[in-house]
Design a protein around this ligand. Structure first.
Ligand SMILES: *Cc1c(COP(=O)(O)O)cnc(C)c1O
Length: 373
């Protein structure tokens, strides 16, 4: 190891974005003035309209986290049967399907984008299939046109897990406009956060009242409960955090863009490494910086090596959801996902990361790979 490249403090893959302390204090002062802390407060409503404007969507509902938003979307669409999804995602996606009493069916991914391979979806469609739950992995859009064609042909609903895709656009259209419903996670580790938080976007305005009821115990009026609901409401402190953070989101994403460009500049010279390209018609959010190593042994080796330099990369996503102990599947059925999952490594990527840190991380990688045998 090359000692002078070691970081003095731990470098993690993400770092939570906190607004200016005074700004947050000012924002939450309103909560004391009104003595209203949760259940559709004024900050909640203001946050929702700012999000709708920023994401360029017509309808949206807020939730206390992304996972419960996703479960609520599945319930609101009244789905039963099988949902075709990807194993290359966070546990939440697949657990949401299972928790709602449906069966996840795993389709393999595209090697270039790590998203569900729309060309393979058809072979999994049976008379039990009711929906496709696709994930815009690392913020890269799925093949939304092909998925929409399939949905029309087989009369399926489409839900997008857009947890990674806050602010992403395709040809100027907000990513939340595709499919029946899209879920955004506003968790502390994501590009944009409200501490914890979730958002569903959609265009069918008959969904609003059902979603509102479902996230509040199914209560539809003072004396009526029409759905078996849950408690998934966003509170005013979360909305206040979101309102503060949205003020800087454009700057934050452009800082991430310079970090992406710095990584790309250094890493494109390293032949053992591949990384996700920028796509011409897509406005990216640079949420993560995953790299693919030549093979599994090299990935695990680099993961350990980086720790010696105080750089804590993540094997994201590994293991695959179809290898989880709680499910009875096998990743051999999705060979491309298995291969990507064995070779992937996420590098540090967050707003406050300095360009000089990125350079240093790349120097470590280059130095170590040069000495790999
Ligand atoms: C973060 C994440 C979720 C869950 O969101 P929470 O807000 O943490 O509940 C779901 N899917 C993916 C792909 C995620 O990365």
């Amino acid at each position: 190891m090359k000692k002078e490249l070691k970081f003095t403090q731990a470098m993690h893959v993400t770092q939570h974005k906190l607004p200016d302390f005074g700004l947050y204090c000012n924002q939450i002062k309103e909560i004391w003035d009104r003595k209203w802390v949760t259940n559709d407060g004024l900050l909640h409503e203001r946050f929702k309209s700012e999000l709708k404007r920023y994401l360029k969507v017509s309808e949206a509902e807020l939730f206390t986290n992304g996972h419960l938003a996703l479960e609520t979307a599945i319930k609101a669409l009244g789905l039963e049967g099988e949902i075709i999804t990807t194993p290359f995602t966070f546990a939440s996606t697949v657990h949401a399907i299972t928790n709602c009493g449906l069966k996840p069916v795993f389709c393999d991914i595209e090697p270039e984008t790590f998203n569900i391979d729309a060309d393979q979806i058809e072979k999994y469609i049976t008379d039990k299939t009711i929906a496709i739950l696709a994930v815009h992995v690392f913020g890269n859009p799925c093949d939304v046109d092909k998925i929409s064609e399939l949905a029309k042909k087989y009369n399926l609903k489409v839900i997008y897990d857009a947890a990674h895709a806050f602010g992403v656009e395709i040809n100027g259209r907000g990513i939340g406009n595709f499919g029946n419903v899209s879920m955004f996670s506003l968790h502390a580790t994501k590009v944009f956060n409200s501490i914890e938080g979730g958002l569903l976007t959609f265009h069918d305005n008959t969904l609003n009242s059902k979603l509102k009821a479902l996230k509040n115990f199914g209560i539809t009026s003072l004396e009526t409960v029409d759905f078996v609901g849950t408690n998934a409401k966003m509170n005013e402190f979360q909305a206040a955090m979101g309102l503060c953070n949205i003020k800087t989101i454009k700057e934050d994403i452009s800082k991430r863009k310079s970090i992406y460009e710095e990584y790309a500049k250094h890493l494109k010279e390293i032949r053992q490494i591949q990384f996700l390209p920028q796509i011409e018609e897509v406005e990216h959010n640079y949420s993560y910086f995953p790299i693919l190593l030549a093979n599994n042994v090299m990935r695990d080796w680099l993961f350990e090596k980086m720790r010696e330099y105080n750089v804590y990369t993540r094997k994201y996503f590994y293991p695959l959801c179809n290898d989880f102990g709680c499910y009875d599947y096998n990743s051999e059925e999705t060979p491309i996902a298995a291969n990507v999952s064995d070779r992937v490594l996420a590098l540090p990527m967050y707003t406050e990361l300095h360009v000089s840190d990125v350079k240093q991380i790349c120097e470590i990688i280059k130095y170590e790979l040069d000495n790999y045998n």
